[in-house]
Design a binder for this molecule. Structure first.
Ligand SMILES: [Zn+2]
Ligand SMILES: [Zn+2]
Length: 394
């Protein structure tokens, strides 16, 4: 994982811009089918829908079908392509995996093999050379321009051997276009014939729904690296934003996701908008999904500690230098105390989980986990109080 992101205006920031220019020269030729469809489809949908409504009037089935197919495609990408296949954040039954592949193909974002290979490169090289949607290349590049160009790496599946070994994935890759057209043309056409509005349904549940699903997914690569906060890490440009979460069916807590990509959740708290997380969890209740991976609390809190320490140090740099030394020492001492308690909490938890799997949990084990958590919390509160007491920049 990359661990440095040069701020704008610095020397290394300028170097980054120069490298971006070089890469522009190296981008493959434009794929006109991608460029024209992705650029024109939102405008076509936005202008044809009012004309259709003016001429033919509305019908509830048009709207309901468009929303239902949008949820089907969007969740196919989120819970299928992204969290199941690209990151392996949970395991699922055959039927769940099959439906995820059908739903993912209906979003018209290529086969899961191609999609995952690019996405794993995005995580491996975030914001650097080799990241297909490198956020340092600007909004439009990450939003959709990267798809306009052919890419030598598009057929490089060296980072997806696990998927290549999966017969279901190989089947979807071989039949991708057949599946995609069947859902995107066949289903709207059939529904349209049922209500005697084939063109209306093709427009609502076909073109408009596809255009919206595309733009919403593209926001994950563009907006989610620009808009919001970075509570977990500044090692990448990724950000957490509830606005992005609403737009992207719950993928907006992108800073959390880049910090803990193996977690099946994007929105950590119960009230964070993350339909993908809820559907996967419901799936586990009815036996369709299992082994849902969650990042342990002490690991998460250690990241928060690192992030807050950075903030404290930055605020000291902005205040008088002569007041700096003592504060630095106090921050370091308080940080070490929290760190020690996190290590103890983590060890106790690990022992508890080991015993739980072996059916040997004792009362004293439960107590030691609880005590370690309490000790961490007390030290964490002190660390937070120290932040309140830090000198403020004039
Ligand atoms: Zn990202
Ligand atoms: Zn990801």
């Amino acid at each position: 994982m990359p661990n440095s992101h040069a701020p704008k205006g610095t020397f290394s920031g300028d170097l980054m811009t120069n490298r971006a220019i070089d890469r522009n020269r190296d981008d493959g030729p434009i794929l006109w089918s991608n460029a024209l469809f992705l650029s024109l489809s939102p405008f076509l949908a936005a202008s044809l829908i009012p004309i259709y409504l003016w001429n033919s009037g509305s019908h509830w089935a048009l709207w309901v079908s468009a929303v239902a197919l949008w949820l089907f495609s969007g969740l196919g990408i989120t819970i299928g392509y992204h969290r199941l296949f690209a990151h392996r954040t949970y395991k699922a039954s055959w039927i769940w995996r099959f439906l995820s592949l059908i739903a993912g193909a209906s979003a018209l974002q290529n086969s899961v093999l191609v999609w995952t290979a690019a996405h794993r490169r995005h995580h491996r090289h975030t914001d650097h050379e080799g990241d297909p949607y490198n956020a340092t290349r600007g909004f439009w590049w990450t939003h959709m321009k990267w798809i306009f160009h052919s890419n030598d790496m598009a057929d490089d599946f060296s980072n997806v051997p696990d998927l290549e070994a999966d017969p279901l994935v190989r089947w979807q890759h071989a039949w991708y276009w057949t599946i995609a057209w069947t859902i995107n043309l066949g289903v709207p056409l059939t529904l349209g014939l049922l209500i005697d509005r084939p063109w209306g349904m093709l427009l609502f549940a076909g073109l408009a729904r596809i255009a919206y699903t595309h733009q919403a997914t593209f926001c994950i690569n563009s907006l989610c690296h620009i808009l919001g906060s970075q509570p977990w890490s500044r090692s990448t440009t990724s950000r957490d934003s509830w606005v992005c979460a609403l737009l992207t069916l719950g993928e907006g807590y992108h800073n959390f996701h880049h910090t803990f990509p193996a977690d099946y959740r994007n929105g950590l708290r119960w009230f964070h908008f993350d339909p993908g997380k809820w559907v996967i969890w419901i799936g586990s209740r009815v036996g369709l999904t299992h082994n849902l991976k969650r990042t342990e609390a002490p690991i998460r809190w250690r990241k928060r500690l690192e992030r807050l320490t950075e903030r404290y140090q930055l605020s000291l740099e902005l205040t008088a230098a002569d007041a700096g030394h003592d504060w630095r020492q106090m921050i370091e001492t308080a940080r070490e105390r929290v760190d020690t308690e996190l290590t103890r909490w983590s060890q106790n938890l690990r022992e508890y989980h080991r015993a739980y799997r072996a059916g040997e949990v004792t009362r004293s084990m439960r107590r030691s986990v609880r005590d370690a958590r309490r000790a961490w919390r007390a030290n964490w509160k002190e660390f937070l109080a120290l932040g309140q007491a830090l000198p403020v920049a004039a």
